[in-house]
Design a protein around this ligand. Structure first.
Ligand SMILES: C[S@@+](CC[C@H](N)C(=O)[O-])C[C@H]1O[C@@H](n2cnc3c(N)ncnc32)[C@H](O)[C@@H]1O
Length: 459
């Protein structure tokens, strides 16, 4: 890692340098991100080896309080208050005078976070931002946030929205995982109506319709922006990597199925003006997507290269001339039966040249495994980390395993292994053709490419 920095004349920012997306650049380089993964994986393994087992277990069991503390910091605008205070920081009583959170408790909350390297305690009860906390900064003035709370996340990098959502809906729902798995009715169902989320929020609606309900407008807005916040863990233009977008002919139609507010379509449209993008989602999300494009990339829509379409992907796909059906972070939301239904709908509207791109993470086992069924498919088998690191890179990729449970808790969804994707493809009339893997990192979304299976083309 050091030799990379010397060679490229860059420096890895310290914990006290303020966060910017640009300064993350060196860390996104494949050579550096692989070294980072090895260090993180090894460091976590070392802690597991040296720390007494009861301490590791008890600490892990109440780690949830870190999430709750983080929510207080984000939703009561501590980061923005500290940014306005400057590098000398602010005493917790002055922070409290602004955001109204009890100063005694707020000091303890911020100290826990400082002990996790989120914020600095620069003198007793006096806190300042560090690199990690400053990544949550909305960049807005504290007074502006107070006068327009509904606008808090709009126009931001999305990280604060992501933290706010995870530490709110996800944490509350997670507390009901055991109940959902043991409840006589819930335990027998694998649908999005019977999840820990449904128990926590006492609702019969699945997550997405619930988000669309009157009264949840702010949560829905936060959700859309939070997805973009999650993107900040990935190489900024990862969507453009691997798959040969430039080889698609002029006017090729890419359908971004469940495309959200169109953040990924925007990147493709900016880089490849010859392609046409159709972003499909539910009515409310499409409305937010149009507003997002109007502020960020109006010419994308005015040129006619990007269009939005209200479409329920559980119904027949209306676009029949697609060169690519692109699904990013969609299948992980759903159980197998629903995924097969979504993919069959696409298969029914595909032509022989259509490709299916599933842009998701690929789960690995924590032990070595022989990938017999997919070994001949280019890119299907990933790299094995050096021994004695865990085969799935352990803590370095723990986000994938947390998100897998997040999907289970919120939607009865699932993150899948490559064999599971191959099976979904096979059951819905597609065939796994190739996998374009992203370089090693903490959260990699690979491109899993399918073509109409020969059998289903003939029949
Ligand atoms: C995890 S988000 C992914 C969004 C987008 N693909 C991205 O990567 O930014 C899942 C998306 O699926 C959409 N969605 C959920 N159910 C849907 C349905 N039945 N039809 C169309 N879109 C749906 C949600 O509104 C949401 O935008």
């Amino acid at each position: 890692m050091d030799s990379f920095c010397v060679k490229h004349g860059v420096k890895l920012p310290s914990l006290n340098d303020p966060f910017t997306q640009e300064s993350e650049g060196p860390r996104m380089h494949p050579e550096v991100s692989q070294a980072v993964s090895h260090i993180v994986s090894a460091a976590a393994q070392l802690i597991a080896i040296v720390r007494p087992a009861p301490v590791t277990l008890m600490t892990t069991a109440i780690q949830v309080h870190v999430s709750s503390a983080l929510r207080v910091a984000v939703d009561s605008n501590v980061v923005e208050i500290l940014r306005e205070a400057g590098s000398q920081g602010l005493h917790v009583r002055q922070i409290s005078a602004k955001n109204g959170i009890d100063s005694g408790k707020l000091g303890r909350i911020l100290r826990l976070l400082a002990s996790e390297h989120i914020f600095n305690e620069i003198a007793p009860d006096t806190f300042s931002n560090n690199r990690i906390s400053s990544a949550i900064d909305t960049g807005k003035s504290f007074d502006g946030l107070v006068s327009q709370p509904d606008m808090k996340f709009i126009g931001t990098n999305g990280i604060a929205a992501g933290i706010s959502r995870f530490t709110d809906e996800s944490v509350k729902s997670s507390a009901y995982l055991y109940e959902a798995l043991t409840d006589p009715e819930f335990s027998k169902k694998a649908d999005p109506f019977h999840t820990a989320f449904n128990l926590a929020y006492k609702t019969n609606l699945p997550l997405f319709p619930w988000l669309g309900q009157a009264g949840n407008e702010q949560r829905l807005r936060r959700f859309g922006i939070a997805i973009d916040g999650g993107n900040k863990m990935l190489p900024p233009n990862g969507i453009l990597m691997g798959y040969p977008w430039s080889s698609l002919s002029l006017g090729s139609v890419i359908v971004d199925v469940g495309g959200g507010i169109g953040t990924e379509s925007m990147k493709i449209a900016k880089e490849f003006p010859s392609l046409k993008l159709i972003v499909q989602d539910t009515r409310d999300v499409v409305g937010n997507g149009i507003k997002y494009f109007e502020t960020q990339f109006p010419e994308g829509m005015s040129s006619g290269r990007v269009t939005f379409q209200v479409h329920d992907f559980l119904q027949r796909q209306p676009v029949t001339n697609a060169r690519v059906f692109f699904l990013r972070l969609i299948l992980h939301d759903w159980p197998d039966e629903t995924c097969i239904r979504i993919l069959k709908n696409l298969r029914d509207s595909a032509n022989p040249n259509t490709e299916l791109i599933i842009n998701e993470c690929i789960m690995d086992y924590a032990c070595p495994v022989d990938r017999i069924t997919v070994k001949d498919i280019p890119g299907a088998v990933g790299q094995t980390p050096p021994s004695p690191l865990l085969s799935n890179m352990g803590h370095a990729r723990i986000f994938n395993y947390l998100i897998d449970l997040q999907m289970a808790i919120m939607l009865n969804g699932v993150e899948r292994t490559i064999e599971q994707y191959a099976e979904l493809f096979q059951k819905s009339g597609w065939e796994l053709k190739q996998v374009f893997r992203m370089p090693e990192g903490h959260a990699m979304l690979h491109k899993i490419v399918g073509v109409p299976s020969i059998q289903s083309v003939i029949t």
